[in-house]
Design a protein around this ligand. Structure first.
Ligand code: COI
Length: 356
């Protein structure tokens, strides 16, 4: 394994005093990880250096054609001051799935996981102590060739930054209101919907902005071809409890393979619940709602954890779910996942990874 050079800051910045007011992604820790790729040389010069601006030429390819991928992970502080990551190997595997789709040279997953753990170790004092707060970790890779022709980059930069953060949504665990998008689409099969690439999020902004103007928190995306089948919600995967079946859209190429999604499915199956990954139309959800069979809906994501959905608006159809209150399944999933992540519950599946 390559050695990681560490240059510690001479000017540590003050840590946030009131961790209940962190918000999400607003401040950054003292250090960052950098590693370069140059064709012929491969990934090289891994280093942890003081957090700060990175220099790019205005012609850097990522700025023009969006050859850029990222991940979202968290580090959690346990009551006995250990620092845990949650299934970091899954993030590294997904990063390589995104890399492959965007013609970005693959990374050594084990090395990248260790590099992230090292960065978190260097900045371990930045992992919040307050309940519900964690250190959000954002690895990303960008093509940096100074060149405006369209082709895969030959020079890239892998960066990891860390942000002490609280809940992603101001609502916290209070149910969010979701707007079902009928006009714009996020992704189509054959495109990049299954990757974590910047452009997918750029594609979502207009609809998100319009939904917010109508006081909805997020957009629920329908498939890009027939605009019938449910895909995902803003920054989350989505689940519906209809009678005794829990349904989430199958991974068919335009949906992100969420690690919280995967963990929620594995947990519910371990509880003996009937979980289906299948096509589900918005009409089916609307019918279930009318017939009183739509018991709960919730989103899953690293940033959002479990986010109960209290209302769905599909055109004129307003579906209130569980009276706009958090349901027992959403609560149980939230309690179990966060219990494992913060080391307050046993971890029988071996999902946590201690930073040492
Ligand atoms: C995450 O849940 O980690 C994400 O990457 C969503 C993000 C765009 C805030």
């Amino acid at each position: 394994m390559q050695e990681i050079r560490i240059e510690r800051t001479q000017h540590p910045r003050p840590k946030p005093v009131d961790e209940s007011k962190l918000g999400f992604g607003n401040i950054f820790s003292d250090h960052m990880f950098l590693m370069n790729y140059d064709e012929g040389q491969g990934w090289h010069d891994p280093r942890i250096v003081p957090y700060g601006p990175i220099e790019l030429e205005p012609s850097a390819m990522c700025l023009h054609y969006g050859q850029s991928v990222f991940e979202g992970m968290k580090a959690y502080r346990t009551k006995d001051n250990r620092i845990l990551l949650f299934r970091p190997e899954k993030n590294m595997a997904r990063l390589n799935v995104s890399n492959d789709r965007l013609c970005i040279p693959l990374i050594d997953e084990e090395f990248a996981k260790e590099a992230i753990a090292k960065l978190v170790d260097v900045d371990r004092d930045w992992v919040p102590h307050a309940e519900g707060a964690s250190l959000y970790i954002r690895p990303f890779i960008i093509g940096i060739d100074p060149h405006v022709g369209v082709h895969p980059a030959h020079h890239l930069l892998f960066v990891v930054i860390c942000s002490p953060s609280g809940a992603y949504y101001p609502e916290g665990l209070d149910p969010v209101r979701i707007y079902v998008e009928k006009n714009y689409v996020r992704a189509v099969r054959g495109g990049m919907g299954f990757t974590k690439t910047a452009g997918n999020y750029a594609a979502s902004l207009k609809a998100q902005d319009e939904a917010e103007k109508q006081h909805y928190t997020q957009v629920l995306w329908l498939d890009g071809v027939e605009r019938k089948y449910i895909e995902e919600v803003g920054t989350m995967n989505v689940f519906f409890k209809i009678g005794d079946e829990v349904v989430t859209p199958e991974l068919q190429g335009s949906i992100l393979s969420g690690i919280t999604r995967m963990s929620a499915i594995e947990l519910m199956r371990s509880w003996g619940m009937n979980v289906s990954e299948r096509r589900i139309s918005i009409q089916e959800v609307a019918d279930a709602s009318k017939e009183g069979r739509l018991e709960e809906a919730f989103g899953t994501g690293t940033a959002a954890v479990i986010s109960p959905i209290g209302e769905l608006k599909w055109g004129d159809d307003i579906m209130k779910i569980n009276d706009g209150k958090i349901g027992p399944l959403s609560q149980k999933l939230y309690d179990t996942l966060t219990g494992i992540q913060w080391g307050n519950l046993p971890d029988p599946m071996g999902w946590t990874y201690e930073v040492k």
